[in-house]
Design a protein around this ligand. Structure first.
Ligand SMILES: Cc1cc2nc3c(=O)[nH]c(=O)nc-3n(C[C@H](O)[C@H](O)[C@H](O)COP(=O)(O)OP(=O)(O)OC[C@H]3O[C@@H](n4cnc5c(N)ncnc54)[C@H](O)[C@@H]3O)c2cc1C
Length: 508
């Protein structure tokens, strides 16, 4: 490299906050999706040539060796519903390329999942349609298997002479049980492994134990980040295609659902990875500059709004970080704040659910929190509401009602108000355990990003002091951190927000 080009390189790196990523300024003519695609291709043409970090992979089966004679590899897609920027997908393709066999992607569609409604299932199925299209273009077969994985996957493996199964990772109880059941049902000679494609640092590598809070996990993650926060190789055109791949019957998929149809899909969040990338692009261009200063103001449009796509795995959090950090020279404080939220806080959520099986119960709280809540369980409440009153946004507090209405209408409540909202549920219900179950129920039913480790941790933080400390003791809350209306008034124009969301319908 000549000295002038190395000077240029230094300048670029400096502008770029020390990152090796190309500065967005240089390539602004192209959209983000094209820039990302170029970045992948410039790393390598195929994952076959990429040194895969094996720490991302956990072998779940006794057998590690793929049988000599096999006709394919399966990626059982579950939490990470995207083709590109998906370490589990990439690992499955690497195996299939090595064996020179077809790659199949299977998604098992259950008729219902926790409190998910048609709002969530539509977001998911429409996103999966994009996955099917991309797979087809790449010569990879996509199968939507209707039913539980334990009933459908072993049969698929036998019928298609599959030599190995790769899946992704979720720390939640139900998907963990699915993985366990599939592990038991697969033939013993078929290797079955799991790749954490959701976290930047795999959950089991970030920490081997339940962490107390952000301050105890922060350095553990930052110290390992360099080894994981790399560009992704592309999922490439697969040369070994499966014979007679049928396209998915999406109408049958929708017909198989047994979910609440009254909670409708929302307009602002368009499903699918490509829309996720567009939202990421608009965040970087329009909102990131205000993230550090305005993210706690519900009247300002300063948030990334990416959580629905991240939750459904339509967007990789690692891709978000790789993209956002390119703006470090321009918006250092915002970039740092985003990394703290989207890496440290988010991955702390997975740590909590993975190592604490009681992640959605008062039993899962710290002893000090359980004691203080118990000490104050019988305290007089000034207001007590039923779950139905809360659901309909019928409390005496117009700000709380407005926040609830925002969630019902838009499938997302502003992050600052989520804390206030859950804390008031503690204040207005007969017991902390009812408060916790109401908040989880409502969040899971209406929030597009609900049923997520972050949701359980958010409710547990607000109601049971998880990842927090004890505060001055007061009625009902005990030592759990308190929030009130006056405090909100000091932070933002509460009336403006209340006026905007005063009804649960779109007519104003
Ligand atoms: C009561 C309550 C319930 C919550 N329920 C959910 C939920 O169901 N699903 C969900 O994804 N998040 C939940 N959160 C966490 C947080 O409020 C959301 O992640 C955030 O509002 C998502 O919006 P955004 O993508 O615009 O976030 P931004 O403010 O733009 O933040 C960027 C990213 O950082 C992560 N993040 C931000 N805040 C937190 C946090 N407190 N904990 C963990 N990760 C965080 C998210 O991945 C988010 O997309 C909840 C918080 C509380 C207090």
């Amino acid at each position: 490299m000549s000295s002038s080009s190395s000077k240029e390189e230094k300048k670029r790196k400096l502008e770029n906050g020390g990152s090796d990523e190309p500065s967005p300024k240089k390539t602004q003519v192209e959209d983000l999706a094209s820039r990302i695609s170029e970045a992948r291709k410039s790393l390598c043409s195929s994952v076959a040539d990429f040194k895969f970090n094996k720490k991302r992979v956990k072998v779940l089966s006794k057998s590690e060796d793929i049988p000599n004679e096999c006709d394919g590899i399966v990626y059982w897609m579950s939490r990470d519903q995207r083709v590109q920027d998906n370490w589990a997908f990439l690992y499955a393709q690497k195996l299939a390329l090595k064996l020179e066999v077809p790659l199949h992607v299977c998604f098992c569609l259950v008729p219902k999942f926790l409190e998910a409604t048609i709002r969530h299932f539509t977001f998911m199925l429409e996103g999966l349609k994009e996955v099917e299209k991309e797979c087809t273009e790449l010569g990879i077969s996509f199968h939507l298997l209707i039913g539980h994985a334990k009933d459908r996957l072993p049969q698929f493996v036998a019928e298609n002479k599959i030599g190995g199964v790769v899946t992704d990772f979720s720390p939640l109880r139900v998907p963990m049980a699915w993985v366990d059941d599939v592990g038991k049902a697969l033939p013993k000679n078929i290797p079955f492994c799991q790749v954490d494609a959701h976290n930047l640092v795999p959950c089991w590598e970030a920490s081997p134990k339940l962490e107390y809070g952000a301050r105890t996990i922060r350095n553990k993650i930052h110290n390992q980040l360099a080894g994981y926060l790399t560009e992704f190789p592309p999922v490439c055109k697969h040369k070994h295609t499966a014979p007679d791949s049928k396209s998915v019957d999406w109408a049958a998929a929708y017909a198989s659902l047994e979910v609440d149809l009254s909670v409708k899909p929302v307009d602002w969040a368009k499903p699918g990875s490509s829309h996720g990338i567009k939202m990421l692009e608009s965040f970087c261009k329009d909102r990131l500059k205000d993230f550090a200063t305005d993210r706690n103001n519900p009247n300002k449009n300063a948030l990334s709004n990416l959580s629905p796509w991240i939750h459904f795995g339509q967007l990789s959090a690692q891709r978000c970080i790789l993209t956002v950090r390119q703006y470090k020279a321009k918006h250092k404080e915002s970039v740092d704040a985003y990394i703290e939220e989207a890496v440290i806080r988010r991955e702390l959520g997975d740590n909590f659910c993975y190592y604490n099986k009681k992640y959605d119960s008062i039993e899962g709280a710290y002893d000090w929190a359980k004691k203080t809540l118990q000490d104050h369980e019988k305290d007089k409440r000034d207001h007590v509401y039923t779950r139905e009153q809360l659901e309909r946004g019928k409390t005496h507090d117009p700000l709380w009602n407005a926040a609830q209405n925002q969630m019902v209408l838009e499938g997302k409540m502003h992050g600052f108000l989520r804390m206030y909202w859950a804390k008031k549920i503690l204040e207005w219900t007969p017991s902390p355990s009812e408060a916790l179950s109401y908040s989880i129920y409502l969040n899971d039913k209406y929030s597009l990003d609900g049923r997520d480790p972050n949701g359980y941790v958010g409710c547990m933080w607000s109601i049971c002091g998880i990842h927090d400390q004890g505060w001055a003791e007061r009625a009902v809350f005990g030592k759990i951190r308190y929030m009130n209306y006056q405090g909100c008034k000091r932070k933002f124009d509460v009336t403006k927000f209340e006026m905007r969301y005063r009804k649960q319908t779109t007519e104003k």
